[in-house]
Design a binder for this molecule. Sequence first.
Ligand SMILES: C[S@@+](CC[C@H](N)C(=O)[O-])C[C@H]1O[C@@H](n2cnc3c(N)ncnc32)[C@H](O)[C@@H]1O
Length: 226
Amino acid sequence: MKLEKIAPFGRSLEEYRKIFSLSGDDLEKNIVGVGDGPASFNAEMSALGKTVISIDPLYSLQPHEIEERFYSVVDDIIAQVEATPHDWVWSYHKSPEHLKDNRTAALRCFIADYEAGKAEGRYILGELPSLDFAHGKFQLAVCSHFLFLYSEHLTYGFHLSSVLEMLRIAHEVRIFPLLTLMLEVSPYVQPLILELESRGVIVSVESVEYELQRGGNKMLRIQHFS
Ligand SMILES: C[S@@+](CC[C@H](N)C(=O)[O-])C[C@H]1O[C@@H](n2cnc3c(N)ncnc32)[C@H](O)[C@@H]1O
């Protein structure tokens, strides 16, 4: 898949649960979603009484502007998916049309919660590689479909600084997927693992129960020694 810009596509709580292997205990944690964009993760978690703060540069926009950005790219992206049928695994989403329906549903759920969530401080404008939070404020930071996926758009230095920044504000960081838009393991994954290990951080690559990009069923888990 080729994208000029980072797509304002969002996933649901159920997808985040699978993508990050979130356990019942994990859901009770103080979580920051970095680059959450129009995911419905925060809206659905908040409705269940859980604690999530989402950070994204997109949150400078009005709701209708976020909707416009989504609807301006969704058909092109679904057309690219339809044109490359062997690149996708239809286990969670059943077809390109179902994928579009699920992304649209996540957007609607997010938009319905956006103004209230902003007022409650759950959607906060911010961007990697610098986050305006104290050391260790969160138990868990998750970053879905931003780092590694857009390796053609973002440098290795950006990835390293971003991961170190998430590790500064959270005890544990999980990142998914490890593939680029071209379905190759990001060239940054291995150097990043070596760099983090040399800094005394625990790093593991783990299989998860979610695969849409063919071969994209791995998550990176990064933890401080406690
Ligand atoms: C493909 S979307 C993924 C949204 C969500 N994480 C999900 O998986 O459903 C990528 C998100 O990364 C956000 N983004 C772009 N630049 C960023 C940055 N420097 N720091 C954090 N997020 C950024 C975009 O605004 C967009 O919302």
